[in-house]
Design a protein around this ligand. Structure first.
Ligand code: APR
Length: 229
């Protein structure tokens, strides 16, 4: 089994009923991202930001992993040392499908962070600005997610995986947001073959060697079966 890095985006959770961001009717057509997904937006109106993530946390808990999540978990369990699963998603559907080590580069809806002391804990169902940090008591709790303008998590680990992988696969991402949008070029520079699995062409489709077009719940299980033989 070749060393593979898989990068997933919102498209892998779309058929579980969780919205994508840039498709027609997507999340960023319903909310102003500068108000709910930036540090400045949080400083200006933490209540609005908590409402936004409370709603997404409820959607996540009501959703079920789909066939694509299950297929990727099966692949990772079959070859844990060869498969690095990186996701831009903040939902827990990869884990609930049985995936082991998931690299959440944009953080996790199911986790909370204290903006004052950096403590992290499992997020409650609902978060409010007046919530006190369990470690330091400050009323500075926020979802443990990476906002625009902040540094994504575990980038060193991701860079090392991209440098040594032989295959890079992007599933359900528009390639619109950096640094994830740059991963395909980084992997290719180190000699990896690159494959895009997506419903439609993305902003970075031209950088991939191969493309599989279609809904993730159909295309991903078929692709995993070809790998697992
Ligand atoms: N199967 C496969 N692909 C799909 C499906 C599906 N059922 N439905 C949608 N897609 C594809 C779309 O064609 C699109 O290219 O998934 C992609 C979703 O793109 P975005 O909505 O931009 O989501 P994503 O690429 O994950 O966004 C990256 O932007 O807002 C930030 O932090 C947020 O992690 C997010 C990042």
């Amino acid at each position: 089994m070749r060393r593979v890095v898989i990068l997933t985006g919102a498209g892998v959770s779309a058929e579980s009923g969780l919205g994508t961001f840039r498709d027609v009717g997507g999340i960023w057509s319903q909310y102003d991202l500068s108000e709910v997904a930036t540090p400045r937006g949080f400083a200006r109106d933490p209540g609005l930001v908590h409402e936004f993530y409370n709603a997404r946390r409820a959607n996540m808990r009501a959703a079920e992993p789909n066939a694509a999540h299950h297929a990727l978990a099966r692949l990772q369990r079959a070859h844990p040392s060869a498969v690095t699963l990186v996701t831009q998603n903040i939902d827990d559907l990869h884990e609930r499908a049985g995936a082991g080590a998931v690299v959440h580069m944009h953080g996790e809806l199911s986790r909370a962070l204290c903006a004052a002391c950096g403590a992290r804990w499992d997020a409650p169902e609902l978060m409010h600005p007046a919530d006190a940090c369990p470690a330091c008591g400050a009323q500075a709790t926020r979802p443990d997610v990476v906002w625009f303008g902040e540094i994504p998590y575990r980038m060193d680990e991701i860079g090392r995986a991209l440098a040594r992988c032989e295959l890079f696969v992007a599933v359900g991402t528009s390639g619109a947001v950096w640094p994830a949008a740059g991963f395909v070029a980084e992997a290719a520079e180190h000699g990896a073959e690159t494959l895009e699995i997506n419903l439609e062409p993305s902003e970075t489709s031209g950088l991939f060697d191969r493309h599989l077009r279609g809904p993730a719940t159909r295309v991903v299980p078929d692709w995993v079966e070809t790998l697992l033989g």
